[in-house]
Design a protein around this ligand. Sequence first.
Ligand SMILES: [Zn+2]
Length: 299
Amino acid sequence: MIDMHIHAVHPQLPGVKPMTDLYDGPVESLVAALNEQMTRSGTRVLLGMGHLNGQGVDPLGIASTLRIARMLPGLHAIGIADPTRTDTDHLQRVDAQLQTGSVIALKGYLGYVYHGPESAGYRPYFELAAKHDVPFIFHTGDNWSRVAKVKYAHPLAIDEVAVDHPNVKIVMAHFGNPWCMDAAEVMYKNDNVWADVCAILVGDANHFAKITASGYLQRTVERVRHAIELTERPDRFLYGTDWPLSPMDVYPGFVRQLFDDAHHSAVFEDNAKSLFKLSSAAEPNAAPVPVRIKVSGTS
Ligand SMILES: [Zn+2]
């Protein structure tokens, strides 16, 4: 299984508090926790988001993720594209960091940063993504911060940049949730747009048990499945947990219900493998471990 959306380090987004105490503790504890999550869920590859405000030779904010990766085989780093930093010096350092081959994708934080995808500030990053042939991920949909402005994160805005930059592979994180139908149309219409399905629901095992019992999980499955069907592109959906927001051994149970069995290996592994060119890192035939969501009160 490939989890293409986790946070091994604090993303340092305006208004977002650290999602786990592990970020402030010894790195060994964080590595042990991630290792345990991977083992329990059968996840072998993780793509970890960097942080904003990367400095010096680390303009994309991935050095801390790469330090963890040295202790955690299977972890790769995603660099953060900041549309407010487009001076030549910064962009040259971004180009150099991409040149090292240690950046598996770029990501823009729509809504947390007050720039839409069509902002001129993202243009040089699209050019660099095309030059180095790495996908460009945008946060889309609900923002987890009171100071974020969600109008910048609506998935419909992705259409404009998908059309204007046909040589860039764009991933809409969170499938634009709750505007999944809008995200679906953008995917249906454009050949260069993917989506991940992480953090559509968020919480620990108890929370998932609670929303399963209340029927909310099932209603969410139906709402999101409807949009997924509209795209007609099961080959362009990607699995992720947004860990630490959801446990790696719980979230797959929800995602399995979003897709027909025939598409599980594509969504949990193959789509990410080809999009992020992970062939050497991910072995074939790693079927997701089926996890039953426990309903409280039953064993
Ligand atoms: Zn995330």
